[in-house]
Design a protein around this ligand. Structure first.
Ligand SMILES: [Fe+2]
Length: 293
């Protein structure tokens, strides 16, 4: 049976897609409306009205000031249509909560992509009114977009300021302190001039690489389904393994007393002796054991 990923990148071979995925380059294919039926036939994707009426959770409405999801309010299904009609974009977060089909696609994609079992995968549905969209920004996650209705114009550009960011950032906003600590070059003041323009229409599928600058604008009211993966870095895997290992040692479970550097230094020395014997495959096997089930 075809994997979810191969259906999404069709007619391109998955092996070819992986070249762009590994190079962190955007990828787009346009499907006709008869493919990906399992997704297009999801009843709640039939129209914004149906989606609003079948949504049991709060809906995030994006305030028009900075055209960014950092500036949003939670609203109810009752008010969402009114806000949309007044030019506010809507975000239906974690749509897999209402759809076993989306749970399956997320899990299947995660495994095909080779992402850790620790990955936070979710499905988001964006409803964007005509002429609205998002300001230039980059995300720390890996994102896949399937355009369901309307046209969405995307601009995408490589990020020359930071490689492998661990937080999202919107152009012109304050830079997060940790992100600032590993910036390789100053942030640009506007969307980089080498930005690529891509027009998504119903059936278009886009891979947005982690950290890539992007901005969007809808032409006509638009609805898009996203598969978004916040995958752990090597730092996160080491943190998880370290905690699991050190939790077995009573001395490491002691309350940390500020001023007792001697004790901490003694523990660090013991860790220094042990660390060279750690094996990457043992750690991965422990962390990914969920996948063996
Ligand atoms: Fe984004």
């Amino acid at each position: 049976m075809k994997s979810s990923l191969s259906s999404l990148v069709h007619p391109v071979e998955v092996s070819h897609f992986f070249k762009t995925f590994k190079n962190n380059e955007p990828f787009v294919v346009h499907h006709d409306k008869d493919s990906l039926k399992e997704l297009f036939d999801l009843p709640f994707l039939n129209s914004l009205e149906t989606l609003i009426n079948s949504w049991p959770f709060p809906i995030q409405a994006h305030l028009p000031d900075v055209r960014d999801e950092v500036s949003s309010i939670d609203t109810t299904a009752k008010d969402a249509q009114k806000l949309f009609d007044n030019g506010m974009g809507l975000l239906f977060n974690e749509a897999q909560r209402i759809s076993p089909v989306l749970i399956h696609w997320l899990e299947d994609m995660r495994k095909s992509l080779g992402l850790s079992a620790m990955t936070y995968g979710r499905s988001l549905i964006y409803a964007t009114p005509d002429g609205k969209g998002t300001a230039p920004h980059f995300d720390q996650n890996i994102n896949f977009v399937l355009q369901i209705q309307g046209i969405k114009k995307w601009k995408l550009a490589p990020n020359h300021s930071v490689l492998n960011p661990m937080t999202r950032h919107t152009l012109g906003q304050e830079v997060d302190a940790e992100l600032m600590s590993y910036l390789e070059a100053p942030m640009p003041s506007e969307m980089p001039c080498d930005a690529l323009s891509i027009e998504l229409r119903p059936g278009s599928f886009l891979f947005v690489p982690r950290g890539h600058w992007h901005s969007t604008e809808a032409e006509g009211d638009a609805l898009a389904l996203n598969f978004t993966f916040t995958a752990p870095t090597w730092i996160d895997l080491l943190n998880a393994a370290m905690r699991a290992r050190l939790a077995q040692i009573p001395e490491w479970r002691e309350t940390a007393m500020v001023g007792n550097e001697k004790r901490f230094q003694y523990l660090l020395a013991g860790l220094g002796e042990e660390l060279p014997h750690w094996q990457a495959d043992d750690i991965l096997e422990m962390i990914e054991s969920d996948d063996m089930a």
